[in-house]
Design a protein around this ligand. Structure first.
Ligand code: FES
Ligand code: FES
Length: 154
C-alpha cells in the first residue's frame, strides 16, 4: 500500500491491521513517534493525519488515508516550527520520551486555535502524559508559540 509521510511517498508491504506506529518505526525507520502505552492513552505516538492529531499506536494502517506528518516533518533544526522553537526557548524536555507527541498535539492545537487560553490548552493536551511532569513548561511554550504565530500572521 502507498503511504505519504512527511511529503514522501512510500510503498509498504504490510498487513492492513498493523498499527501505523509499527509501520512508521519498524518499516520506514521513522522513529520520532514513540511507543508508550499502545492503547491510545498516553499520546507518545501522536502524528498528524491531514493536519489532525492521531494516535498512531491504535490506528490500523489500512484505515489511514491522507498525508501523514511526524515530528520529523514538522520542522528542521534550521527551520523549526514555532512550537519546536518555543520548546527550545523554554527548555521543555526532561527525559524527552513524551515530547514528540506533546509537540505534535501542541502544533495541531495552534493550527485550530492560535490563541488558546489555559482551559483550551489543558483540554487539548490532557491526553498527552509526561512522567517527568513538564506540564508547566509545556503550557508556557504553547503560549509563546501562539504569540509568535499571531505576530507572524499580523
Ligand atoms: S503509545 Fe499511542 S497513545 Fe500511548
Ligand atoms: S519529558 Fe520525560 S516523559 Fe515527558
Amino acid at each position: 500500500m502507498q503511504l505519504n509521510v512527511n511529503g514522501t511517498q512510500h510503498d509498504v508491504d504490510v498487513d492492513e491491521d498493523m498499527p501505523l506506529l509499527w509501520v512508521l518505526r519498524d518499516e520506514l525507520n521513522i522513529t520520532g513517534p514513540k511507543f508508550g502505552c499502545g492503547i491510545a492513552m498516553c499520546g507518545a505516538c501522536t502524528v498528524h493525519i491531514n493536519g489532525m492529531p492521531a494516535r498512531s499506536c491504535s490506528m490500523p494502517v489500512g484505515q489511514v488515508s491522507g498525508l501523514i506528518t511526524t515530528i520529523e516533518g514538522l520542522g528542521t533544526p534550521d527551520a523549526m516550527h514555532e512550537v519546536q522553537a518555543a520548546w527550545v526557548e523554554h527548555q521543555v524536555a526532561q527525559c524527552g520520551y513524551c515530547q514528540p507527541g506533546q509537540i505534535m498535539s501542541a502544533a495541531a492545537l495552534l493550527q485550530m486555535n492560535p490563541n488558546p487560553d489555559d482551559e483550551a490548552i489543558d483540554r487539548a493536551m490532557s491526553a498527552n502524559l509526561c512522567r517527568c511532569g513538564t506540564y508547566p513548561r509545556i503550557r508556557a511554550a504553547i503560549k509563546a508559540a501562539a504569540q509568535t504565530i499571531r505576530e507572524k500572521s499580523a
